[in-house]
Write a protein that binds this ligand. Structure first.
Ligand code: FE2
Ligand code: FE2
Length: 286
């Protein structure tokens, strides 16, 4: 691969070992849900800034905060399961030789996250099914697939981590919700740094060989992805469980609200900027 990936991998392996935690004893799980507790920061709720928020009242918003926490952890479960499959498939491939030691930590840490998210959902509610429909795409050359795979991970983790970082700092949250966000954020800082280094490397190695139409496909696909990932934060099943009438209308309103559009821009801006900087997303689309 390259000396830079080798050294990034080595440095991040050291940090992962330093911050190694036993996931099974790390969190104190309360016996039951605290009906007065906030499980998701009120200002991050999908309906924040919409008329729906006003109709729910304080108790309704607290209840919604639990449901949105369950949805947030569920969408993380779905995303991380795909991520684990993709990383496991590449782990011992020669082209990932230098990254492999860190990929091993990546897998280990994502598995811990899956345990925390799964445990939370199992104890205090349920895992919401993913609403994403994956269409069978025509297969691409391996190096293009590698780049797209890690670019999607970066965008997925950037969005999640914005939530994690803000909720880890929110003293209004019940301790268990805050702690899961804090622990996740601590690992994701390394994953995001690794993702950017690896993407720089994959782009440098591969993109010069790609045809113009392949580059355009990569750019279009990356441009679309954040919207697809972000859509999962607006779940009609959650609104139904919160007792809201016409959950699909709530989803459409919340999705299109000024607040949601603004927040989406803010969440995806760093990864789009990075990909435009690389040249993977065409400037005029950025
Ligand atoms: Fe994770
Ligand atoms: Fe991660």
């Amino acid at each position: 691969m390259s000396a830079s990936i080798r050294s990034v991998s080595r440095r991040l392996c050291d940090l992962s070992r330093e911050h190694f935690v036993d996931p099974y004893s790390r969190i104190r799980w309360p016996e039951s849900v605290d009906p007065d507790g906030w499980y998701f920061s009120p200002r991050l709720l999908s309906v924040h800034g919409t008329a729906v928020a006003g109709t729910l009242g304080e108790a309704g918003m607290r209840r919604l905060s639990l449901l949105e926490a369950l949805n947030f952890f569920s969408l993380n479960i779905h995303g991380e399961k795909q991520l684990l499959q993709g990383i496991a498939a590449r782990l011992h491939e020669e082209r990932f030789r230098d990254a492999s030691p860190y990929l091993q930590h990546f897998i280990d840490e994502e598995n811990k996250h899956l345990f925390w998210f799964g445990e939370f959902c199992r104890r205090y509610g349920r895992i919401y099914p993913s609403r994403l429909v994956t269409l069978a795409a025509e297969s691409l050359p391996t190096d293009v697939e590698d780049f797209l795979f890690f670019a999607r991970i970066m965008m997925f983790e950037d969005i999640v981590d914005t939530y994690n970082a803000q909720m880890a700092a929110d003293e209004a949250l019940v301790p268990v919700a805050r702690e899961i966000n804090r622990l996740h954020h601590a690992d994701e800082v390394r994953h995001r740094a690794f993702g950017r280094s690896l993407l720089r490397h994959l782009w440098r190695e591969g993109s010069a060989r790609w045809s113009r139409s392949t580059r355009e496909r990569v750019s279009d696909s990356l441009r679309l992805y954040p919207g697809v990932a972000w859509r999962e934060y607006f779940n009609p099943d959650v609104y139904r469980d919160a007792g809201l009438a016409d959950p699909h209308a709530v989803m459409r309103t919340a999705w299109a609200s000024e607040e949601a559009v603004r927040r989406r821009q803010e969440m995806i801006a760093p990864s789009i900027r990075f990909l435009v900087g690389l040249g993977a997303i065409r400037e005029e689309q950025g």
